[in-house]
Design a binder for this molecule. Structure first.
Ligand SMILES: [Zn+2]
Length: 481
């Protein structure tokens, strides 16, 4: 995600860290497979779905129960953890308060099931018999998702319907068992292992489903489909008024769907050029397509594998940066996973830093690397100064759960701005040759996996750059900037 948040908003905000090793996710061996058949009914704002999940036990323990994260329930009435912060809620709920959620009518292949968790955010499924390491179990789910009227990851916006995080997804498994995570209004509260997907989505024929690969039509309905391998999520954007432009990045088709863009060719070029730049700089883009879609969204943009959402209300001048940031997430989040819940800086800081590298190579977008680093330093120092004045001390830890951030302003400054400053420092300390070699190594080594901060640091060490103390001083909040 990339938020556009002005420094001047700081006034609004004056109001157990889990190690990744304890709550990681597998990147090796056979993958879980989700087959989803869903139909969207616009009048009722409902998605009716059947899902078959072939679950792979990639852990060393036998499972008698498996747990799935239920992101749609963050939108339900009475949710303890709101999906959007108070700052953005008025804009996101454009038609007043609205609710959604997920309900199950059947779970097959199980001894029983229950919606549970701290915030009804978990589906616990009791297995009929223990599932041992490397074994697979087939479960089937019949469920309905009600979409709130909200411009957010999952919801009916003014013009578009965002379908992301709409299905139950297997939680990651760590030393303590399955890792329950509640939703959070800041950051991206999702940590998922890569899986394979086969999705069909039926919609009224007038809808375009951005993010799908194929379309068939019959009886006034359109059936869109997508098969995807080794992806962390699948997501779509629906609308009836999209225009599109396409290009090729090498042999990867890149499509930009838009509703209102003064210069769609420029936005498409930013997507295509940044995809090429990151592939050359960090490593190959491994998916068969890339889609950028302008949609109803309260912040700058949001990343999913093969698909980036950008907000409809972006200022024209901000579009290339947001597109570059979201495209960088195809490397830092989609291909190379990290613990977005407890180490948000690891993908956000690196995505923002990567956007700075790209923009520096493309002066036509009017933002240089030096501009980006200077802007991050300015923003971060203002944040630090305000916190120091108001509370006497600022909690500048970058490593902490999303639920411990005090607001959008703190999250923005620690995950993005301080992240950019950290990676700029790493570049200075390591030198360009070792710095870029380390990031390429990081990309190659952790594709399809979830890397910890220590894994990233180890990539620098292998290239001859000792950066552990530097990284820790940033993430622990001990360095002075
Ligand atoms: Zn981001």
């Amino acid at each position: 995600m990339r938020k556009i948040l002005s420094v001047t908003m700081c006034g609004v905000l004056l109001s157990p860290m889990l190690a990744l090793a304890a709550c990681g996710g597998g990147g090796s061996g056979e993958r879980t497979f989700y087959s989803i058949r869903a139909e969207y009914f616009p009048e009722e704002r409902k998605l009716c779905a059947e899902m078959e999940a072939n679950i792979v036990n990639g852990s060393d323990n036998a499972w008698e129960e498996v747990r799935f994260f239920l992101a749609p329930n963050a939108y339900r009435e009475g949710a303890k953890y709101a999906p959007v912060s108070e700052l953005y809620a008025p804009a996101a709920y454009y038609n007043g308060q609205s609710y959604g959620g997920i309900t199950f009518s059947a779970v097959g292949g199980a001894a029983g099931y229950a919606v549970c968790g701290e915030d009804e955010n978990v589906l616990s499924v009791a297995l009929e018999e223990p599932l041992y390491p490397d074994e697979t179990a087939k479960l089937t789910f019949t469920f309905e998702v009600t979409l709130a009227e909200i411009s957010h990851r999952l919801g009916v916006g003014r013009e578009t319907v965002n379908l992301a995080n709409f299905y139950p997804v297997l939680e990651t498994y760590g030393r303590e068992g399955f890792c329950d995570r509640v939703y959070a209004p800041y950051g991206d509260p999702f940590v998922t292992a890569c899986a394979d997907y086969d999705v069909t989505l039926t919609v009224p024929a007038e809808y375009t489903v951005c993010g799908a690969a194929e379309r068939e039509e019959s009886g006034g309905k359109a059936v869109y489909s997508l098969r995807a391998q080794n992806v962390r999520d699948v997501a779509f954007v629906l609308g009836t008024a999209f225009e599109s432009v396409s290009a090729e990045a090498g042999d990867v088709p890149v499509t930009y769907y838009y509703l209102d863009d003064a210069d769609p060719a420029r936005t498409l070029a930013a997507a295509k050029d940044s995809l090429c730049y990151f592939a050359e700089t960090f490593g190959e883009y491994e998916y068969p397509q890339y889609v950028v879609v302008q949609t109803d969204f309260p912040y700058g943009g949001m990343e999913y594998p093969m698909l980036s959402m950008i907000a409809r209300d972006l200022r024209e001048g901000d579009i290339p940066l947001v597109v570059a940031h979201e495209t960088a997430h195809q490397w830092w989040y989609a291909m190379v996973g990290s613990d977005q819940y407890n180490e948000a800086w690891q993908d956000e800081g690196l995505a923002e830093f990567s956007a700075a590298l790209f923009l520096d190579e493309h002066p036509e977008y009017g933002v240089s690397y030096a501009d980006m680093v200077a802007s991050s330093e300015l923003s971060y120092r203002a944040f630090y100064s305000i916190h120091a004045q108001v509370s006497g001390a600022a909690d500048t830890r970058m490593s902490k759960p999303l639920t411990e951030f005090t607001g959008e302003y703190e999250y923005r400054n620690l995950a993005y701005d301080k992240g950019v400053i950290l990676f700029d420092n790493l570049r200075t300390v390591a030198g360009d040759k070792r710095f870029f070699a380390a990031l390429s190594d990081y990309c190659a080594r952790y594709r399809g996996a979830i890397a910890s901060p220590a894994d990233m640091v180890a990539c620098f060490h292998r290239k001859g750059a000792r950066v552990e103390e530097l990284v820790n001083s940033f993430t622990d909040g001990k360095c002075i900037i």
